[in-house]
Design a protein around this ligand. Structure first.
Ligand SMILES: NC(=O)c1ccc[n+]([C@@H]2O[C@H](COP(=O)([O-])OP(=O)(O)OC[C@H]3O[C@@H](n4cnc5c(N)ncnc54)[C@H](O)[C@@H]3O)[C@@H](O)[C@H]2O)c1
Length: 267
């Protein structure tokens, strides 16, 4: 029988929009591993997406919360505490850039939009952790995970100001991870995932080319949304108790390759 490594654990999963979402796959797998989950997404996503369908499947509910709003996050945590008491895990699976969406070039950003990008895609992670930390919402050895992309370290021009957001997200994980670990024994990590065909992913200009490039550069091929979900489950589990403040690459080896024979045309 398959081991259920999250038996008895409870957590919040953000960002499940439809079946392609990494958060959707993570919620399904975490549930299969015995976890009880509260789902949340932005109010607009509740109207447009399919998250209610997932909630029915997992016999849970969805709480609408704009992750940039401390008030919304407070209400989300009230609901989570009423349902579960303290939590074992939180997944931050949230990203959006108005500049990328409207194809504004990186050399000519709309700065109001850039603030939005950073707030939604990175500072919301700080807000979620700060509120949880102050309320002592997480259990000891709890786990907080956010999803990142290699544009935090390397230049991917079409990824625009999302690159800056991901660099900030990873820095927040390290910096907050220190305090959360020292004071409450809570882990904080990011997963840097391969290009993945989701609503957010395919919204990036040139996504199909990035997907193909990743496929031939990575010795194991691109990591899928399911691969990422498996790693999230592992990071929520007790098997990774002392892994914290890390950025783990779920990318088939892409981040360690300089050039592949397929790209060089030498094969
Ligand atoms: N798809 C990829 O290629 C890829 C690669 C690496 C990392 N990621 C990251 O994975 C995470 C999940 O994205 P995905 O690819 O599953 O796409 P997705 O579009 O399915 O998920 C993005 C989610 O962010 C939510 N969101 C946007 N603004 C919000 C707000 N203000 N408050 C709360 N939620 C909000 C959306 O409603 C959506 O559910 C993101 O952080 C993304 O940057 C994606």
């Amino acid at each position: 029988m398959k081991a259920r490594i999250l038996e008895g654990k409870t957590g919040i999963i953000t960002g499940a929009l439809d079946e392609n979402s990494i958060a959707w796959k993570t919620a399904v797998k975490a549930h299969q591993h015995g976890a009880k989950i509260l789902l949340t997404n932005a109010p607009v996503a509740l109207r447009m997406g399919k998250v209610q369908q997932l909630a029915e499947q997992l016999e849970t509910e969805v709480i609408g919360a704009d992750a940039t709003s401390l008030e919304d996050l407070g209400k989300l945590y009230d609901a989570a505490e009423a349902k579960f008491g303290k939590l074992d895990f939180i997944l931050h699976s949230i990203g959006m850039s108005p500049n990328v969406r409207k194809e504004k070039p990186y050399t000519d950003l709309n700065y109001d939009w850039m603030f939005k990008t950073l707030d939604i895609s990175a500072i919301s992670f700080h807000k979620m952790m700060s509120l949880a930390y102050k309320r002592k919402l997480m259990k000891e050895w709890g786990s907080v995970v956010a999803l990142s992309f290699i544009a935090a370290q390397r230049s991917f021009p079409k990824y625009g100001d999302m690159s800056d957001a991901k660099a900030l997200l990873e820095s927040i994980a390290r910096t907050f991870g220190y305090y959360f670990g020292r004071d409450q024994k809570v882990r904080v990590n990011t997963i840097s995932q391969s290009p993945t065909p989701t609503t957010a992913g395919t919204g990036v200009d040139g996504f199909d080319q990035m997907l193909k490039y990743g496929e031939v550069m990575s010795p194991l091929g691109n990591a899928t949304a399911e691969d990422c979900a498996d790693l999230c489950v592992l990071l929520f589990s007790d098997f990774t108790k002392r892994i914290t403040m890390q950025n783990l690459f779920s990318d088939g080896g892409f981040s360690s390759v300089g050039a592949s024979p397929e790209i060089l045309g030498t094969r």
